[in-house]
Design a protein around this ligand. Sequence first.
Ligand SMILES: [Zn+2]
Ligand SMILES: [Zn+2]
Length: 142
Amino acid sequence: MQAKTKETIAAIERKLTAKGERFTAPRRQVMATLLDYDGTPKAYDIVEAMGDVKPMTVYRALDFLVAQGLAHRIESLNAYAPCVESHCAHKDSQYLICEKCEKVEELHNHAIDDFIAKQLLKDGFKIEAKVIEIHGLCSDCT
Ligand SMILES: [Zn+2]
Ligand SMILES: [Zn+2]
């Protein structure tokens, strides 16, 4: 585990404990693997990186982390990205996905979501799910 990851894990633990949630060993390990991972892993990449673990344990830990806003599921990659910023409830997110290094950057441009919501409301369309994932090359890869 990288030093920065260790710090982040400790901070998450404090936050979860304050909320009355348990940061169990598998949850901690999955979060650490997400943070240390080079790129954006699929669930089975995490299972593989952790080695001696049941896939079901990893899936359950991922569900927990996503529910807590500590990770996001990137639909178009079928993969997971860690999220340690405490931004506005993780809604109205847009994801920039690098095709080369598979790093995911999260944006929070409310104007984009406001525009979509207003436009669709006008058209009588009710939104149930919304995914904004933009593929391209990040500044390190161009
Ligand atoms: Zn987020
Ligand atoms: Zn890149």
